[in-house]
Every structure is written in structure tokens, then in C-alpha cells.
Design a protein around this ligand. Structure first.
Ligand code: NIG
Ligand code: FE
Length: 403
């Protein structure tokens, strides 16, 4: 059976600067890693490769994982950004019918192909940086037809490009204008109709809800988690972003894969996450873009050993961002993550938040051969540079997808 040998590389199998293999080699067969280790220890059975690639002593890490995105949406909100620069707050704009709802109007009005074309530009920017798996949420459709359209676009992105896409249903992202004043009626639609229908169509891998004073309160959010649980779908939550409603503790009771944002999280929430194995997804792009000043409780998450992931939160309102590498830099500068923490945040901890079978965010024998070769002298450079492309080569399931 054919196999490919990758040699002349420095390997960081867990993206951890403390655990590296100098002068390493890696054997890929049928899209998986058949062997990896120091060159001198390569077993005889792998010495006669069908193909060999020398990487010029480049650093190799697992492919990057962006575990929280709203990549599919119509148009942009630069005008709203201008209003914020002139003094309006994000919450003011949302209360006046702008914000998420303006993206809902744009998303509803575009065809599937138009949405796909817009999202592809953002996806390609991420893939150029070494992303090999991504989560994509719905949540700008807010009716059956438009949520379906978004999720179908997300699935098509995964078919068109060398990347694993995990879809998350975020029907409970905001109250659509036609349901103003009828939150419970909208949640009936989300829980009893949209969610089961789209799950049945195979469009949903996980379910998310925006638990916040400008979105859904604790009780309303729980309805969504419960509906997901009844369908056997894993859950996530946008929680404690603008205030502390206690969403995280509740999500932990539903064994959430992750709770995300978390600026206003308290220690009880951190402990609940630890006990449930829930990942803390930190989103420095939204923190920065909203000029938030309340930091997520990094020290407490660290103290209690809660895995921390970093993601772009790519979305039109709070993080118009298509660079996961920039989030590495912001995660360390703004949130004070160390280099190993930041790198774990876009690899193995992001994989845990994704909850996808086959994706570990680590390179090991038997793991999927999704990896990146970097033009850098040391791993901290991945966190250090801002806007300097250093990705030399991306391999997705054993095949070179970018070089
Ligand atoms: O992750 N927090 C809620 N959702 C998005 C923002 C969505 C928007 O403003 O369009 C977020 O920040
Ligand atoms: Fe988000």
C-alpha cells in the first residue's frame, strides 16, 4: 500500500514548545499518520516510500482549529461600526433593531450561492493560515428556511474546500423582528420545529444559544439545551459575554462541549465547567472589537484546570476577523495566555470544543494527517507576529492542500 514520507522537519506533535522532536519524520498512509518520530528511529518497513517530501527543517504542528465562528452571513456591518465609533454602544444598537437583526435581514435576502461566495472569501483566508477544521454556526436566518440555507452553505463549504466543517444550530441567537414581544412563541418554533427538522436533515452537529440580557434568559436558554439533549445533540453556549446570568453553570449541567466568551464568568461557573469537562472558548477578537475591559477569568480557569480554546468568533458584528493567527497574538497580549496555552487553544483544546470524532488537534500514530509546516525559527513566532504570513504548507488528510 502506498505511503508518503515527510522528512527534514522539526515536529511539535501537541503544538507544545516543551515537547518537540528535532530532525523528525512522519509517515502518512491513507490520510492518517502511520508512524512519526526521530528520523534515525524510522523502522525499516517505512524506508521505501512511494513519495518523499523534504521540509527544509521547517516546524510542523497539527492543523489549526477554529472552534467558534459565524462565518456564513450576508453583507457586513461597517456602518454600525462607524456608529459605535461615534459613540453608540453595541447594546444600544441591538435594542434599536440593528445589530444581529440587520445581519438577519441581509442573510435572509441572499441566495445560497451568494452566501456561499461571501463566506468562501473568509474561509480561504483562514485556510491560508493553516486551519484544517472549523465550526460554523447558523443564527442569522432565524426562520426554518434561512437557518437551513445557512447550514447548507456551511456543509457545502466543507465539500468545496479541504477542511472539516462542524455545524452548530444557533436558532436562539436573537429574537427575529416578526416575533417581537413573543420570545416564548419563537422558542416554541426553535425547539419544536426548526431544531428537530434540521437535525433530521443531517444539518446539525451541535446546538448553541445566546444566553444574555439582550438575547435569551436562563430559563429560555434551558429550553434550547433540553430540546437538543432530547435529540441527542451536544450543546454549547454564548455565556457571560456582557453580564453574568449563570448560563455557564446551567450549560455545564447539560455537559456542554464549551461555553464561549465568558468575560463575566465567576468561580462557581469555572468549577462547574471543570466538573463537566466543558471547554472555555475565549474570543479575544470580540473583546477587542467591542472595546471590552472586563477580562475573562483566566487565572481561575488556569487554577481549576479548565481547558481554554481560542477562536476568531468570525462574525459581522463583534469580530469581523478572518485570522486565527491574530487571535493567538491577541489571546496572549490581551488575555495574558502563555505561548503553550495559546497554541493549545487553537489545536487540542479547540478540538475538544469541536467535539468531532477523528479530530484530536494532535499528531500521533493513527491520527488524521492534518498538519502545517511553518516558515519560522521557533514556535513562539506563531504567537508573536501580527499579520505576517508564515504558513509554508498545509496537509489535509494526507494531501497537500496549500503550498
Ligand atoms: O459571538 N454574542 C453573540 N453573537 C455574536 C455576535 C453576533 C453579531 O453581533 O452579529 C458573538 O459575539
Ligand atoms: Fe459568537
Amino acid at each position: 500500500m502506498r505511503y508518503t514520507l515527510w522528512t527534514d522537519l522539526r515536529l511539535a506533535p501537541n503544538a507544545d514548545p516543551e515537547q518537540v522532536i528535532e530532525d523528525a519524520c512522519l509517515v502518512e498512509q491513507a490520510g492518517r499518520i502511520a508512524w512519526m518520530g526521530p528520523r534515525h528511529a524510522l523502522p525499516a518497513q517505512w524506508q521505501q516510500a512511494t513519495e518523499e517530501h523534504r521540509l527544509g527543517n521547517r516546524w510542523v504542528t497539527p492543523g489549526l482549529i477554529d472552534c467558534h465562528t459565524h462565518l456564513v452571513y450576508g453583507d457586513n456591518r461597517a456602518q454600525e461600526f462607524a456608529l459605535r465609533l461615534a459613540g453608540a454602544s453595541y447594546e444600544d444598537i441591538a435594542r434599536q433593531g440593528g445589530g444581529i437583526v440587520s445581519s438577519v435581514n441581509a442573510t435572509r435576502s441572499l441566495s445560497e450561492d451568494e452566501l456561499l461566495a461571501q463566506a468562501l472569501r473568509r474561509l480561504d483566508a483562514l485556510l491560508d493560515e493553516g486551519v484544517t477544521a472549523i465550526e460554523i454556526k447558523s443564527g442569522y436566518g432565524l426562520n426554518l428556511e434561512s437557518e437551513r440555507k445557512m447550514l447548507r452553505v456551511a456543509r457545502r463549504l466543507g465539500e468545496l474546500r479541504p477542511v472539516t466543517v462542524r455545524t452548530t444550530f444557533l436558532g436562539a441567537h436573537a429574537l427575529p423582528p416578526e416575533f417581537a414581544g413573543q420570545t416564548d412563541a419563537y422558542l416554541d418554533l426553535v425547539c419544536d420545529h426548526m431544531l428537530p427538522t434540521l437535525a433530521q436533515e443531517g444539518l446539525i452537529d451541535a446546538v448553541d444559544v445566546f444566553c444574555e440580557r439582550i438575547a435569551f434568559d436562563l430559563k429560555q436558554s434551558e429550553r434550547v439545551l433540553k430540546a437538543a439533549q432530547d435529540l441527542g445533540l451536544p450543546v454549547k453556549m454564548h455565556a457571560e459575554q456582557l453580564s453574568n446570568l449563570g448560563g455557564t453553570e446551567m450549560a455545564a449541567r447539560y455537559h456542554a462541549l464549551s461555553t464561549d466568551h465568558l468575560e463575566y464568568l465567576d468561580e462557581a461557573g469555572v468549577i462547574a465547567m471543570k466538573q463537566a469537562g466543558t471547554v472555555a472558548v475565549l474570543l479575544p477578537g470580540a473583546y477587542y472589537f467591542l472595546r471590552e475591559t472586563q477580562l475573562p477569568p483566566i487565572g481561575l480557569l488556569r487554577k481549576h484546570g479548565v481547558p481554554m480554546a481560542l477562536s476568531t468568533d468570525s462574525n459581522p458584528g463583534t469580530s469581523p476577523c478572518a485570522s486565527l493567527l491574530l487571535m493567538l497574538n491577541m489571546g496572549s497580549t490581551l488575555f495574558k495566555l502563555t505561548v503553550p496555552e495559546a497554541l493549545a487553544g487553537v489545536t487540542r483544546h479547540a478540538a475538544k470544543a469541536l467535539g468531532a470524532p477523528n479530530i484530536s488537534g494532535e499528531l500521533s500514530i493513527g491520527a488524521r494527517a492534518d498538519f502545517v509546516a511553518w516558515d519560522i525559527d521557533s514556535l513562539p513566532e506563531l504567537v508573536y507576529w501580527m499579520g505576517l504570513p508564515r504558513c509554508a504548507l498545509v496537509v489535509y488528510q494526507g494531501i497537500i492542500s496549500r503550498d
